[in-house]
Design a protein around this ligand. Structure first.
Ligand code: F6P
Length: 355
């Protein structure tokens, strides 16, 4: 009997999802041309509602270098799934997996997706997950696919902002995605030649930020700050997430960027602008790096499926593709260690972290 495999993409989209879907199909049909691949539509929601289609070979052609996901995606917050109100959704996913008579389920997603993948695996479903996210915060893998594509976009944003900042002798804050972790801001900040990098893992002191802006402005005439969406000051760092959001809500702000801009204008009288590239960072074609990584992880997942190795997620470890047990990585966040080599290198070349 030919294997029946379901595949879904869940959580925020990013470049590379289609490349992985493409590579998986290529690799698995090369081993067993009879395998049937069912595309589950719209992430876990599609599994809950049994919305799927049998994918034909043509469905996979011409998708390798396209952005987004041919399967669609959605968020099904894990927290809600494990509460009483979510129990029927988990039951539906199990039931539909069995009704579809699947041998395995391939799940492409980030942190939240992996928690649910681990849950489904513990409920007896044969799950193989793949590491997706522009945040690069998944535990156990050096890089997630989508990350480097987003780094390229965010770096280009900073590059483009440099010229305007220089022409107008301004301070410019580029707010980069990453609510909990600063990997994207760190890479794009260094890559784009930012003067100051602010990430959630290193809470900033606004006075130090202002001092750094003043000194950079004096030496080169303008200043670029790469600030993560989740950047926070020393005081905010002492609060719980809920308290922080509440305080920000009272101030009418979502992130710290505008507050930082205001402080720079008030204290230094330097015209300051905030630029938010937002979801542009998730869009467009995957970068060459990601296309290569997607090919590798997609092919590896196909091998795992053929070997019936389940309950795992594919990972990059140095230059090797490997896998981790879902139970070992689900729920863990890979934050930027404040003593990370990249932070040291950034400091060595004069970048301030506002500490
Ligand atoms: O997890 C990826 C991510 O792009 C984060 O960097 C960002 O905080 C979040 O998703 C935005 O989510 P949404 O698309 O739901 O606005």
């Amino acid at each position: 009997m030919a294997m029946k495999i379901g595949i879904l993409t869940s959580g925020g989209d990013c470049a590379g999802l289609n490349a992985v879907i493409y590579a998986f199909e290529k690799a698995i049909t090369a081993i067993d041309p009879k395998v049937d691949i069912y595309g589950i539509l719209g992430g876990y929601t599609g599994l809950i509602n049994r919305e799927y289609k049998l994918l034909k070979h043509e469905d996979f052609s011409n998708i390798f270098n396209t952005g987004g996901t041919i399967l669609g995606s959605s968020r099904q917050p894990y927290k809600k799934l494990i509460q009483a109100e979510g129990a029927h959704k988990v039951a539906s996913m199990k039931e539909n997996y069995h009704k579809m008579d699947l041998d395995a389920l391939i799940i492409l997603g980030g942190q939240g997706t992996h928690k649910t993948a681990a849950l489904l695996s513990s409920e007896g479903l044969n799950v193989i997950a793949l590491p997706k996210t522009i945040d690069n915060d998944l535990w156990g893998t050096d890089f997630t696919f989508g990350f480097h594509s987003a780094v390229n976009v965010a770096t280009e944003c900073i590059d483009r902002i440099q010229t305007t900042a220089a022409s107008h002798r301004r301070a410019m804050i580029v707010e980069i995605m990453g609510n909990k972790v600063g990997w994207l801001t760190l890479y794009a900040g260094i890559g784009g030649g930012a003067d100051i990098i602010l990430i959630p893992e290193i809470p900033y002191d606004i006075n130090k930020v202002i001092k750094a802006v003043e000194s950079v402005k004096k030496s080169k005439g303008y200043c670029i700050i790469a600030a993560a969406e989740g950047a926070m000051d020393n005081e905010e760092a002492t609060l719980t997430k809920k308290e922080r959001y509440q305080k920000r809500g009272e101030r009418g702000e979502v992130t710290a960027s505008n507050r930082i801009a205001k402080a720079i204008e008030e204290k230094l009288n330097i015209e300051t602008r905030v630029v938010v590239p937002g979801h542009i960072q998730r869009g467009g074609a995957p970068s060459p790096y990601d296309r290569v990584l997607c090919s590798q992880v997609g092919a590896y997942a196909a091998k795992l499926a053929i070997e019936r190795k389940y309950g795992v997620t594919v990972a990059l470890n140095g230059d090797k593709i490997t896998s981790n047990k879902l139970d070992d990585i689900a729920g863990k966040t890979k934050v930027v260690p404040p003593k990370h080599e990249l932070i040291k290198a950034a400091k060595d070349i004069g970048i301030s972290f506002g500490e």
